[in-house]
Design a protein around this ligand. Structure first.
Ligand SMILES: NC(=O)c1ccc[n+]([C@@H]2O[C@H](COP(=O)([O-])OP(=O)(O)OC[C@H]3O[C@@H](n4cnc5c(N)ncnc54)[C@H](O)[C@@H]3O)[C@@H](O)[C@H]2O)c1
Length: 340
């Protein structure tokens, strides 16, 4: 690849897409925001208000025909990831695809095959792998500070109620996919192993409006995990908790324990007469992981320039989707499910 600036088009100008768009517009050396594609005029107007002058496409296929576009970020609802990624690869565009990679393993395999066939990079949006705190935690484990890893617990509780497109579990795979794909990837990363068996239970405790039309929808689950190398795992996921964005990790070893993540937004604690101790809670994932999203985007551009494997590959996305599907099956069939 020449040293020319890499033009990136963000496909899907919603919550995740606008984080990527903001980064590529201002913060990624050697790259620029080549445009935004979204069929929603409302989304495009809001995006252009935030990023004045950004080029807009009503159909992502127009962006794929544009020579100024060298790469795309796929940040649409999950059900469209497969089609857009395959078409982007066919058009010779590198792809950073948001998590969850797709709806099932077959779709992921088609995406990987398309990227391989057309010689483009395919990176998946597990930005926790670029987060300074998670990276520090992993290196402490590699240094042997807690001995051998025995149990990895990862939780993600989101403050907001799900977007309506997430209610249909057949299309979105529910909170296991939308919230806890990150936890699944964290377990694979920290155990350096694959999931062998999962047992999950779930229920809808907060989303009254989903109950009648989507009786399968759940907003809270817990999943126990047996890893292929004998380690244990536990993942808890929730949506609509309201109190904060809560993403924490606990790793129990043979000689100690490691805790990562914090409910507090910063290190400030206030104590005044007549008050309990107070701190600000983390409000959103986009604040908590803002530096990680920027590092993820830099990593994507670096792997294009250096022609090397992305830090998070299509295989990582595929393995997480397999676990999501096994977890959802476990919920429906009320039994432990083994992975291939
Ligand atoms: N990495 C993360 O931490 C993270 C955080 C949030 C969301 N996500 C993922 O990002 C994806 C989008 O989630 P979101 O919360 O931003 O959703 P959102 O509903 O806020 O935005 C989705 C946008 O995609 C647009 N869209 C729909 N179909 C499209 C198409 N065919 N072409 C172009 N645009 C289209 C919609 O109009 C909307 O503006 C999901 O896969 C989600 O899981 C990842």
């Amino acid at each position: 690849m020449s040293r020319a600036v890499i033009g990136v088009c963000v496909i899907g100008a919603g919550r995740a897409g606008m984080i990527h768009a903001g980064n590529f517009a201002t913060a990624i050396p050697g790259a620029c925001l080549a445009g935004l594609a979204d069929p929603s005029q409302t989304a495009i107007k809001a995006a252009q208000a935030r990023l004045p002058g950004a080029k807009a496409y009503a159909d992502y296929r127009q962006a794929l025909e544009d020579k100024q576009v060298n790469a795309v970020v796929v940040a649409t609802p999950t059900q469209f990831h497969r089609q857009i990624t395959i078409e982007a690869a066919q058009a010779g565009k590198h792809v950073l695809c948001e998590k969850p990679m797709a709806v099932n393993a077959g779709e992921c395999q088609e995406m990987i095959a398309a990227a391989d066939k057309h010689g483009v990079k395919l990176q998946i949006g597990f930005m926790r792998r670029f987060d300074a705190g998670f990276i520090a935690a992993k290196s402490r484990i590699e240094l042997g500070q807690i001995g051998q890893v025995v149990l990895v617990k990862s939780l993600t509780h989101g403050p907001n109620v799900p977007k309506p497109w997430m209610y249909d579990i057949r299309k979105s795979n529910g909170p296991l996919a939308e919230v806890s794909s990150h936890d699944i990837d964290t377990l694979r990363w920290f155990t350096e192993s694959e999931f062998e068996e999962v047992y999950a239970i779930a229920g809808n405790y907060r989303c009254e409006d989903a109950r009648a039309q989507y009786p399968d929808f759940y907003d809270n689950f817990v999943m126990t995990v047996r890893l292929a190398n004998g380690m244990q795992g536990l993942i808890c996921g929730a949506q609509g908790v309201g109190y904060a964005y809560d993403a924490r990790l606990e790793v129990l070893g043979t000689r100690g324990i490691l805790l990562a993540g914090d409910l507090r937004q910063d290190s400030v604690t206030v104590c005044a007469s007549g008050m309990d101790l107070t701190s600000s809670a983390v409000k959103s994932w986009w604040d908590l992981f803002a530096p990680a999203y920027a590092c993820e985007a830099r990593g994507f551009i670096d792997c294009i320039r250096a022609d090397r494997e992305p830090v998070v590959t299509g295989f990582d996305g595929l393995q997480a989707v397999k676990v999501v599907n096994a977890g959802n099956r476990s919920i429906v069939e009320r039994r432990p499910v083994r992975l291939d």
